[in-house]
Ligand binder design. Sequence first.
Ligand SMILES: Cc1cc2nc3c(=O)[nH]c(=O)nc-3n(C[C@H](O)[C@H](O)[C@H](O)COP(=O)(O)OP(=O)(O)OC[C@H]3O[C@@H](n4cnc5c(N)ncnc54)[C@H](O)[C@@H]3O)c2cc1C
Length: 297
Amino acid sequence: MYDAIVIGAGPAGLQAALTLGRMHRSTLLLDSGEYRNGTVLHMHNMIGADGTPPAEFRSDARQELAAYGDVEIRDAAATSISGADDAFRVDLADGSAVEGRRVVLATGVVDDLPAVPGLQDLWGTVAFSCPFCDGHEHAGKSIGILGAAPRAEHLIGLLGRIVGDITVFPTSEPFSDEDRRLLEAKGARVSGAPVASVEKDDDEVRVRTADGEAAVAGVFVASGTMRQRAPFAAGLGLRVLESGCIEIDEFGRTSLPGVFAAGDLAHRATLPGPMASVLLAAAAGQLAAIGIIQSLA
Ligand SMILES: Cc1cc2nc3c(=O)[nH]c(=O)nc-3n(C[C@H](O)[C@H](O)[C@H](O)COP(=O)(O)OP(=O)(O)OC[C@H]3O[C@@H](n4cnc5c(N)ncnc54)[C@H](O)[C@@H]3O)c2cc1C
């Protein structure tokens, strides 16, 4: 019986395991190897690790955890969770099961991108969604925004002072005259035809539409959605917010006693959505670990 089973070894789960291990709480960290930033070459906006490859960050974190005798890491996928506070059972994909007094869900989210041919292949290398993570790298360069008008307008507001030219491409129907005027008033060019495909060509991204082609340095997606990567929120009947994320309190407690959540998959009801970043996911992991340690003490 572990004190805690942490499901997920992105920044949230890794940090939760570190804090639990430093407090000598026996901890099992499970990792199925599917990371939200799995295709990203360099992560940004993380003090002390700005520009670090995410894979290097995770491997350094695992090396740090190896120094703590109370932390065990298994590259294994969890399939279901049952039981109750003080006695949870987590079934693994290999047919075995493990038991823990507390559970931390840190399984992250999946980005569902608009159905633009070629876009999935570029995700994380030249196609992004977060101006805080990838805006500065496009300073002074031409970019494309793929998406629906209100979110595209919001992105222009954030990226406008950083990048050079911005062209907005609708991803399904052409923009209405009103939306077009709104986006142009923000200083962007607006493509009349929806984007047909995107493709990387040397240092450029070619954005094709029915009536032409444009070359930009990168594209920002303003019409994707995200969903829980793992089925545990639904399986456990946890309270979920309008964003699709698990509701947590200040210490990562979910609506089910003994089950904690941290990282992109959860946030407090006072926020409109998860503040998705490596730093904040790690911070949430530490808060959940503190919540667990206090409850066990
Ligand atoms: C394109 C892109 C670029 C980004 N760039 C940046 C950036 O520059 N800077 C920044 O701060 N943030 C960036 N982010 C955001 C950042 O990646 C996330 O905020 C962060 O990874 C969230 O961490 P997490 O621990 O919640 O989830 P994740 O990092 O997604 O980790 C989830 C973990 O859960 C595991 N898991 C899932 N299901 C199971 C299961 N059933 N059993 C066992 N394990 C499971 C996975 O294997 C993984 O270990 C970017 C995101 C994207 C999409």
